[in-house]
Design a protein around this ligand. Structure first.
Ligand code: NAD
Length: 359
């Protein structure tokens, strides 16, 4: 929906921890590249709880229902405070509830390899040089995260259960997007599952095999998740587009993010069937570094670039942000997570200053 002035309008949900810090930098960049885009802030997570005693209040639901897209920061508190009312179930009640509210079934996480950062990647040089970008398509609304959960006692023993469920429609939705993306890139799609053990994975594989008939230009291969974890480290250049279930995607995308250098560089986008998008860093609220001006703003800035490209059709502005970030890296600026030593690093705000200067 557009505002009365017909400007594109985005909902800004900065959240907790480093969320507000990196979001503030993203808004500086937005104002530079697309000053006509309007935005409104809403509360989510622990920040919302402090005001409404709810992690995902109605005021925020109304805000996002009026927006053309959502730019999200991150939610959650320190692990040691996880049982306090403000932080208990914060992630489940906010970001998982938000994904459910918007019916965001597909999550895309690009892990891009920057040549300027080859020296901080854990990969050997020849492996790093062969990599460009890996795109991970993660299903977001099914699997063990949304199935029935219970903890109970049987004969004096505590038992906990989490149920993993998938419908073929849920799998078709992500398969369709992953095949379409692969067809427009290298034509290579790796579907990752655990079909040697899990029924949900057997159904997953069956749906992908059936859909492959509609995409003859795509070479589909299947890989078990344990092997994929090893292959990502041994030979990441073999992958272009990976599609996988919710739990496997959560873990594999964090692993993939470490290969280019840091979780703080990895953006993500989530879409529903109607193409509505929510954009957020792949990492969490990083309470260990919050408030110190040392968080890497790249994941938030690149999430903004994805929003401009996919939800607002602003391709030149998106590319400008991506290229400006690459130039800043090429000129040697590093935040602490990707720097060699603490005395030689650039803070969150100063790194963004450099990006803005390049724009
Ligand atoms: P995390 O992703 O917040 O942090 C993991 C590590 O990566 C930390 O060392 C952190 O300092 C570092 N890191 C993350 N983003 C960074 C950045 N931009 N720049 C530099 N370093 C960065 O994961 P965690 O520590 O397991 O969880 C912390 C909180 O975040 C928890 O409350 C958790 O529930 C929440 N969480 C939220 C989301 C979300 O909002 N979507 C996702 C994951 C975790």
């Amino acid at each position: 929906m557009n505002t009365p002035s017909n400007k594109p309008h985005i909902a800004i949900l900065a959240g907790d921890g480093i969320g507000p810090e990196v979001m503030q930098q993203a808004l500086r960049v937005l104002e530079k590249v697309a000053p006509d885009v309007s935005y409104t802030h809403g509360l989510i997570g622990g920040a919302a709880y402090a005001k409404y005693q709810q992690h995902f209040p109605n005021a925020t639901k109304e805000l996002i229902d009026q927006a053309d897209a959502v730019l999200f920061g991150s939610v959650g508190g320190p692990i040691q405070a996880a049982d306090s009312p403000q932080w208990k179930n914060c992630e489940v009640n906010s970001i998982l509830a938000l994904r459910n509210h918007l019916n965001l079934s597909v999550n895309v996480r690009p892990a891009k390899f920057y040549s300027a950062l080859a020296d901080i990647s854990p990969l050997k040089n020849h492996l790093f040089d062969a990599c460009d970008e890996i795109l991970i398509y993660r299903e977001l609304l099914g699997d063990i995260y949304f199935g029935e959960k219970r903890t109970f006692e049987v004969n004096g023993q505590m038992v906990a259960e989490d149920t993993a469920t998938y419908t073929d429609d849920q799998i078709k939705a992500i398969a369709q997007q992953a095949f379409t993306c692969a067809a427009n890139r290298s034509g290579k799609l790796t579907s990752v599952d655990k079909a040697n053990v899990l029924d949900t994975s057997k159904l997953w594989r069956q749906v992908f095999d059936e859909m492959a008939k509609d995409f003859p230009q795509v070479e589909l291969s299947h890989m078990l998740v344990d092997n994929c974890t090893m292959q990502l480290i041994l030979n990441p250049a073999q992958f272009d587009v990976i599609a996988t279930a919710n739990l496997f995607g959560d873990i594999l995308s964090d692993a993939a993010s470490a290969l280019p250098g840091s979780l703080g560089m990895m953006p993500s986008a989530s879409f529903n069937d109607a193409g509505f998008g929510l954009y957020e860093p792949s990492g969490g609220s990083a309470p260990d570094i919050a408030g110190k001006d040392i968080a890497n703003p790249m994941a938030q800035l690149l999430s903004l670039a994805m929003l401009l490209r996919h939800s607002l059709n602003r391709h030149p502005e998106a590319l400008a942000i991506e290229q400006a970030i690459e130039q800043v890296l090429n000129s040697g600026h590093r935040t602490a997570d990707i720097g060699h030593n603490a005395s030689d690093t650039t803070g969150t705000v100063a790194f963004t200053d450099q990006v803005i200067q390049q724009l």
